[in-house]
Design a protein around this ligand. Structure first.
Ligand code: UDX
Length: 433
């Protein structure tokens, strides 16, 4: 929204949330999330045409267009638990919009939603006797964390789905015009509602599938002496395959991939497509196996026992340049280390506060420090889980000197210069090597 505000100075945008602390944080110098470049954009438009408020009803009443971006976590209860999306926040929001509106509006689905959610929303919103009409659009967000501002300023594409009726197409044109202020028209794609909802799930599923595919090959590389980075590089040169998203790793994390792939699989089951569901579910299974395999490799190489050994976990965020730890592979690694009764010491430049929340139930068994030298001091091994550039630039000689010998590095992101580390005396293990 702040990027839209930046490019559409005549449009007034009010961001509302029921969480007052969050809204206060957005108004302050200390934004509630870390995202490179975001603060500059927010500061440029805040108080001019971008406002933050807890007056949800007031903002709905005032608006011509409502973007709904409430969360749709994986359901933890009842039918579809562990796979389906929990749509209760979406439905509450729709009912709230209906209750306070006294004129027609465009409602834009920004959250990632199961296919045909718009249909359910339309039937709730348009079941009114106020004589007003709500047109539902789907405008899924493709930004990735850590590169959000760049992804928004120069998107590969913007997608807007609408009903193929005169009213639907007219609403679609309004939102197209908003993006067209800075996005070239040919990159703004319009489709029917169901294609738009489904495309978001399938885009994430295909991206996650690439990582699981290369991670499956990484296991084979470790057995055969092939080097997964070399294999990926050569494969990526084939234009039909392309070079991106082929980095083998300890596993993918983040709020989207696991959730969306499982949601896609659930959708397939719902429509009786069992084989299709199994195919996509295996993308998540491979990821879980890769996380587990990482710790097993540590165990095997550290003489089959890591009990009571200090292990420095370098990085807890699910990827670099974010403080977000949702579904982070580091979390699973720490849990597996604890199952082996090791003593993990976590270091991360941005994610320590979130890490403490995630590990609240085992706080007495883990340590946290922002100083990687401190984390590695007296450790038997380093498990690198996030590709923070800072880790590359450390004084590895100093780290080596502070560690127990033999000193192990398990580089779950293939970030470090293995040759250099080996010359310093480390035993180095990288993914797929
Ligand atoms: C993703 C999609 O990229 C984005 O389009 C969508 O809108 C939201 O979900 P995000 O979760 O922010 O974005 O991060 P992304 O960069 O996709 O990375 C996801 C995970 O995959 C991270 O843990 C990352 O480290 C890992 N990854 C990525 C790999 O292990 N190897 C790769 O080659 C690329």
């Amino acid at each position: 929204m702040s990027v839209i505000a930046e490019h559409a100075p005549d449009v007034k945008i009010t961001i509302v949330d029921i969480n007052a602390a969050r809204i206060e944080a957005w108004k302050s110098d200390n934004l509630p999330i870390y995202e490179p470049g975001l603060k500059d954009v927010v500061e440029k438009v805040r108080g001019k045409n971008l406002f933050f408020s807890t007056d949800v009803e007031g903002a709905i009443r005032e608006a011509d267009i409502v973007f709904v971006a409430v969360n749709t976590p994986t359901k933890t209860f009842g039918q579809g638990a562990g796979m389906a999306s929990d749509l209760q926040y979406w439905e509450k929001t729709a009912r709230n919009i209906l209750a306070v509106s006294d004129r027609s509006k465009i409602i834009v689905e920004k959250s990632t939603l199961p296919v045909r959610t718009a249909e359910a929303m339309a039937s709730i919103l348009n079941s009114n006797d106020k004589g007003i009409h709500f047109e539902i659009l789907s405008n899924p967000e493709f930004l990735a964390e850590g590169t959000a501002i760049r992804d928004l300023e120069e998107p590969d594409r913007v997608l807007i789905g609408s009903a193929q009726t005169p009213e639907g197409l007219a609403a679609c044109r309004e939102v197209v015009d908003l993006y067209a202020r800075w996005v070239p028209r040919e990159k703004i794609l319009t489709t029917n509602l169901w294609s738009s909802e489904l495309t978001k799930l399938t885009s994430n599923a295909f991206l996650a599938q690439r990582i699981s595919s290369i991670n499956s090959i990484s296991a084979l590389c470790e057995k055969t002496g092939a080097d997964v980075s070399e294999v990926a590089k050569v494969m990526g040169q084939d234009q039909r395959i392309g070079p991106h998203f082929l980095k083998a790793s300890v596993g993918f994390g983040g709020s989207c991939f696991r959730k969306d792939v499982l949601n896609l699989a659930y959708l397939c089951e719902h429509y009786g497509l069992h084989e299709v569901a199994c195919y996509w579910k295996s993308v998540v299974d491979m990821n879980e196996w890769q996380e587990k395999r990482f710790v097993l490799r540590m165990l095997e190489n550290m003489f089959n026992t890591i009990a009571s050994k200090r292990i420095a976990v370098f990085g807890f965020a699910f990827k670099a340049d974010t403080g977000d730890t949702r579904e982070s592979p580091a979390y699973y690694v720490v849990k597996e280390l604890l199952a082996e009764r090791a003593h993990p010491v976590i270091t991360d430049p941005k994610a320590i506060p979130e890490a403490k929340k995630d590990l609240a139930d085992v706080l007495d068994q883990v340590e946290f420090t922002e100083d990687p030298y401190e984390a590695a001091k007296g450790a038997h091994a380093i498990a690198l889980c996030t590709e923070w550039k800072d880790f590359k630039a450390l004084n590895w000689k100093k780290i080596y000197e502070g560690m127990e010998k033999p000193a192990f590095v398990f580089d779950g992101r293939n970030l470090l210069d293995a040759g250099k580390l080996k010359r310093l005396g480390f035993q180095v293990f990288q993914i797929g090597k």
